[in-house]
Design a protein around this ligand. Structure first.
Ligand SMILES: NC(=O)c1ccc[n+]([C@@H]2O[C@H](COP(=O)([O-])OP(=O)(O)OC[C@H]3O[C@@H](n4cnc5c(N)ncnc54)[C@H](OP(=O)(O)O)[C@@H]3O)[C@@H](O)[C@H]2O)c1
Length: 343
């Protein structure tokens, strides 16, 4: 039985992890951390099977666990993850702290000096559909961001095949409000969000842009001179959870002859958490909410824009976009069936 600790158990991703862990037959929660509620029990915050007390980080019994999920804001996460690794235990970090491999890019993006840049090359990017073998070997997984997951999965088979005629992918993404975390702000509280739809961080300045670019280029593997770039526009949707990305790409003349529906179906045939929808169907948040599934639909264009392919990817930002993928990664790290706890 794997023994689990969670830093940040009272946030949205921490609570989603608790929800999922209750269905995991080979893992049990040993500690749950909260800085602001020490002394309370986890079951006081959310009705759940785990009657464990909420403890401060300094009191975390690291000797008693095999793996820790860090569901903390960036910066705080790297500090605690380093402590867990030093104790000889594995870490799945849900924050952005270990996703970018270059410390200078991290500092520019997250506006502070990385507390443990020496760990950046040790971390493996936790997208099983691309890095499964490496995830199984590591003790530090950088769990992908939700927007990157929903953007990279529909781009992956195209990049692997070298199908892009131009080095730019356009991604238009929408997220439920839980993507912003549990603490409300002026832009995320009910009245601001309800019955609206707002783009934010427009002009390619969202923090996930460098992460998406890094992974797209890793997949492209130097094939595209000058590298591949995303133009990424996020929107806040007036729903609690779920995420939908529409991706526009331009194909090479050879790639325009390819039946991409068949290529995608083959590429993802053995992936337990990616479904390529039948021709004519469109991916939708409602179909994947509260599951670890990514639904992808392909929409070839005709006429004057027949050189383009349009793709839609829907996930749940808290599950495949965060805690579900984190659990999938933990299963891989310990040689378990990666579907355990996620069926
Ligand atoms: N929400 C999503 O859809 C999503 C998706 C992918 C990745 N992520 C990433 O996952 C991480 C957690 O996100 P979330 O949405 O769960 O956040 P959240 O709802 O705001 O929860 C944050 C948690 O961290 C704790 N915390 C806050 N500041 C802390 C500090 N300085 N030191 C120690 N603990 C602190 C809070 O505990 P107390 O307040 O109880 O002390 C709370 O349990 C973030 O890095 C986020 O970027 C989120």
């Amino acid at each position: 039985m794997l023994r689990i600790g969670i830093f940040g158990a009272t946030g949205y991703t921490g609570l989603e992890l608790v929800r999922l862990l209750q269905n995991h037959r080979q893992a049990r929660l040993v500690f749950a951390h909260s800085e602001s509620n020490p002394g309370a029990k986890l079951s006081d915050i959310i009705p759940c099977l785990y009657d464990v007390p909420l403890i401060k980080a300094d009191d975390a019994p690291l000797a008693d666990v095999d793996v820790v999920f860090s569901c903390l804001p960036h910066a705080a996460s790297a500090e605690l993850a380093a402590r867990v690794l030093a104790a000889g235990k594995k870490v799945v970090d849900l924050s952005a702290d270990f996703r970018l491999t270059n410390a200078a890019v991290y500092e520019k993006t997250y506006k502070h000096v990385h507390p443990h840049p020496e760990l950046l090359t040790r971390a493996v990017y936790g997208l099983p559909e691309r890095y499964r073998e490496r995830i199984a070997q590591t003790d530090l997984v950088a769990n992908p961001g939700c927007y990157p997951t929903s953007t990279i999965l529909p781009a992956l088979p195209l990049l692997e095949a070298g199908a892009l005629a131009e080095p730019v992918l356009i991604a238009d993404s929408k997220s439920g409000v839980s993507g912003a975390g549990r603490k409300p702000s002026t832009t995320t509280h009910f009245v601001e969000v309800n019955e609206g739809l707002t783009p934010y961080n427009v002009a390619n300045v969202h923090r996930h842009v460098p992460e998406i670019d890094q992974v797209l280029n890793d997949i492209d593997n130097g094939r595209t001179p000058g590298g591949v770039n995303v133009i990424f526009t996020p929107h806040l949707l007036p729903i609690s959870r779920g995420m939908l990305t529409t991706l526009y790409v331009r194909l090479t003349p050879e790639a325009r002859q390819t039946d991409w529906q068949s290529v995608f179906e083959k590429r993802y045939a053995n992936e337990p958490f990616v479904r390529v929808l039948p021709r004519g169907q469109t991916a939708s948040i409602a179909h994947v909410a509260r599951t670890n599934m990514a639904a992808i639909s392909l929409h070839p264009l005709g006429g004057a824009v027949a050189d383009r392919l349009l793709l839609v990817c829907a996930i749940d930002n808290l599950t495949k976009g965060a805690s579900g993928q984190a659990l999938q990664n933990m299963n891989l790290m310990f040689g378990l069936d990666e579907r355990e706890g996620l069926r």
